[in-house]
Structure formats: structure tokens, C-alpha cells
Design a protein around this ligand. Sequence first.
Ligand code: NIG
Ligand code: FE
Length: 402
Amino acid sequence: SPAGPNQANSTTGTTTVITNIGTLVTNDPSLGDHSPLGLIQDAAVVIEGDRVVWTGESSKAPTTDNALDAGGRAVLPGFVDSHSHLVFAGDRTAEFNARMSGRPYTAGGIRTTVAATRAASDRELEANLTRYLDEALRQGTTTMETKSGYGLTVADEARALRLAARHTDETTYLGAHIVAPDHADDPAAYVALVTGEMLDACAPHARWIDVFCEKGAFDGDQARAILTAGRAKGLHPRIHANQLTHGPGVQLAVELDAASADHCTHLTDADVDALASGDTVATLLPGAEFSTRAPWPDARRLLDAGVTVALSTDCNPGSSFTSSVPFCIALAVRDMGMTPDEAVWAATAGGAAALRRTDVGRVAPGAQADLVLLDAPSHVHLAYRPGVPLVTGVWRKGVREV
Ligand code: NIG
Ligand code: FE
């Protein structure tokens, strides 16, 4: 990230005020219009060091050392992308082309990326990772979760997480992405490795543990064993659940109090009821449905049942090669029954809930100063103007990065 003139912010406690904001999304319902988005019109934000210290009407803003006039443009929390797979090498253009001429998506394509990732150097993998993190940052993502899962050996999974942990605190051990090709004849032995030696090597570099619970990957019993073993090592569960078919993943996620059940494309009423009864967030990943020509997850059904919904990119070379949260917001509004307000909340506060974070995903006193400035008067334009690069400023921990 560039060391701009504001770099000193986080250490010296410099105070900056952004005034003349058209619409400010705080995600604090005690502020502004008291909606879930806590909207304040003609607003200002004061940042001190890496924190937000004041929000309110622009006319009442305190004067500070540094002032920036937003010119009536919108400010919202930085996006919290709670689901991505960015430690990989290689390319799956051929598979995408085949899909777009009618082939279905299967978990089998993961093997292509595993082979390329194992063959890559640390430098190559880290260069790929930082390229996609920078790409996402330019589109407004200030918190990014990312997973292992394309190594599938003790050394390659630990390497992926060690590299990822240099760039984000939100690292997820996904040794259980598929049964490693070298263990195809003996899935039980692979589960023993994932819950044993591989877990021991990966746990120091990871916050979360994840399993792809799906036909062609891991069944419910295997997923339960893997997540339980991870929890015993201090990793908190999240699950790839019900992406390609109905399955046990969503109810298992709620049973284990997983932070999130991700995908949620094929849901029974019992799955929706389970999500509504617990604290597990339903993370919807419309980039995957877009890029696999699968049916859209029904966000409206989940929201109407009272489920907390997050929106993330699932950025990976197989099923969803986009790092753009604004693109996912537009899809969710157009095709999944979400209002623009709901989709923006899901991509900010919802992502924070899926990572069990309260310091990000909102712009209110005490929150980390992660902000997006749009070249538009309100957050609604993210859906109203699909495909247009509206993100024109990004602050992370009080430092202007874009
Ligand atoms: O979330 N579903 C499993 N994992 C990824 C796809 C990985 C791949 O195809 O390489 C997903 O869609
Ligand atoms: Fe995924």
C-alpha cells in the first residue's frame, strides 16, 4: 500500500474531518434516521489516528488540522469481504469457457488449481495474493478474509496460511477443500491428516477453520469431525454449505455455532428455520452463481425469516473470479430480492457479523476508520449504476489508501 502523506495518522493521532458528505452510512441505528443503516444527510466524519471519533451533521463538525470537502458525495464503511480464496497460482479460463458452452460446475476443477499452487514459489503466491488484495482495496474492500485450500499437503497448507497471515488477520484453514488427489483412494486417511498433523501446522497461522461440505468434497460427519478438531485447537468454524445441492452443511453450521454458513444456495425450510434460530450468518456469494450459471440464492426468503445475511465475493479462480463487492451488491439487488439498503448493509455490517467483528463494518465513534468515498450522492448508486467504478477514496485504519 502506498505510504501517502496521511501515513503518519495512525501513529501521531492526527485528526481529519471529512465534511459536506451527501449521505453517510454509519450502520449505527442509534444515529441519523435510526434505520439499520443509520443514515445521516449533509454529514461529516472525524477520524483521529486509526479510529472514527465523531459523526454528525456537517454544520456541527468540529474544526481540525486536516479537512476534506466531500462535495456532496457519499461515504460508507469499507466493505468487509468475509469469504475469498486468494492464495493460488494458475488460471481456469478453459474451465470457464467450457462452462459457458454448457458444462456444469463441479468441485473437481479445484484439482487444477491445487497442482498449479503446489508448483508455485512463495514469491509467486504472495505476488498473486497482494495483487488481488490491492484490486479489492481499490474497489472499497478494507477487511478481507482469505483461505488456504489449494495446497492440501501439510507443507502447502501451512505455507498458504503463513503467506496470508502477512496481509490479513482473517485467515481460514481450508485443508478440507476436497480430498487431496494423492489420497483419493483413502478419504478417511485424508480426514485424519486434516484433523492431525496438518491442523497442528496450520493452526498457528489461522483464525478460522472451514470445510467444503458438498457432494464430491466432504459429508456431514466428516465436516463435523474436522470442525470439532479445529475448535479444540482454537480455530472457530465457518462452512461452505449447500452450494451445489441440498445437504447437511447449514444445519451443522448452526449446531456448531459457526460464525457463518457460506453460499446457502439450496435451502429447505428447516435450513432457514435453523439459521433464524441461531447466531450463524448466511453469507451469500452471488459471484459464484453468476460465474457458474447456477440459480440465485434467495436472500429475500432469508431476510424475511429474520436471518442475518452477509454478501461476499468468494474470489477464487474456479467459481467466482471477481474481487468486486460493488458487483456483488448489484447482483444481489437485481436478482436476489435485496433492496439497495439491505445489500449495502450485508456487504459491510453483515460481513463484520460473519467475522464476529464489531470494530469494522460501521462508521461510528470507536470504530476502526475504514471508509469508502463514492463518486455518487448515495450508497444506492452502487446498485443503480452497476459496473461503474464509483469508489473514489478509501481509508483503512485512518490512512488514505486510494
Ligand atoms: O467457494 N466451493 C468450494 N470452493 C470454492 C470454489 C473453489 C474452486 O472452484 O476453485 C467456492 O466456490
Ligand atoms: Fe468459497
